[in-house]
Design a binder for this molecule. Structure first.
Ligand code: AMP
Length: 193
């Protein structure tokens, strides 16, 4: 099984690249952000809670996210070659919980891909996305918060995977195609092993 974590700041292209990776390598795409937005659209209790954090650019509590993901893994069909985790883990506690959850399914994280994009470019992309999609956390004030949260709470997750020898750096500026090629090189090398 190929279990990948796609990692990077908001606006780094995780969702776009996940779609490409998912279709080429037949993976299941698990995006905690998409799951939470679906809960909001369905007006569930979890959705209501999620909205209050997302609208401020804050992270939901670890236990809420971990429980949601555990449910997802328990009920997902097994007709894929692995999973791509997009937007998760965002804290070291979530990374530790993911290891434990995968172990329970006799699996492990294969590798992490970090898409690195400079801050000015991230802001430009997110503002543009907000104008096009109407995602209400893609406005300048909330974007600034999300980038702060990323720096303080999420970046340490990189060290967790560096220490485990699973970290791969991807230069995230360029066209979608160019970046996908860099990613595919890493994944092809890994799957050839
Ligand atoms: P995303 O679509 O991945 O950028 O996520 C949008 C928002 O959902 C984030 O700004 C957080 O408020 C929330 N969220 C998504 N994933 C997580 C996570 N793993 N832990 C905590 N909050 C999350």
């Amino acid at each position: 099984m190929l279990n990948i974590i796609i990692f990077g700041a908001p606006g780094s292209g995780k969702g776009t690249q996940s779609e490409r990776i998912t279709s080429k390598y037949k993976l299941l795409h698990v995006s905690t952000g998409d799951m939470l937005r679906a809960e909001i659209a369905a007006k569930t209790t979890l959705g209501e809670l999620a909205q209050s954090y997302i609208s401020k650019g804050h992270l939901l509590p670890d236990e809420v996210i971990i429980d949601m993901l555990a449910e997802k893994l328990k009920h997902s069909k097994k007709n894929h070659n692995g999973i791509i985790f997009d937007g998760f883990p965002r804290t070291v506690a979530q990374a530790q919980a993911l290891d434990k959850m995968l172990q329970e399914h006799n699996q492990h994280v294969s590798l992490m891909l970090e898409l690195e994009v400079e801050k000015d470019e991230l802001i430009k992309r997110l503002v543009k996305r907000g104008e096009q999609s109407g995602r209400d956390d893609d406005n300048l004030e909330v974007i600034q918060n999300r980038l702060q949260v990323y720096h303080h709470q999420t970046e340490p997750v990189m060290d967790f995977y560096k220490n485990a020898g699973k970290y791969n750096h991807i230069q995230g500026n360029g066209t979608v195609e160019e970046i996908f090629e860099l990613i595919a090189n890493v994944l092809d090398k890994h799957t050839d092993k």
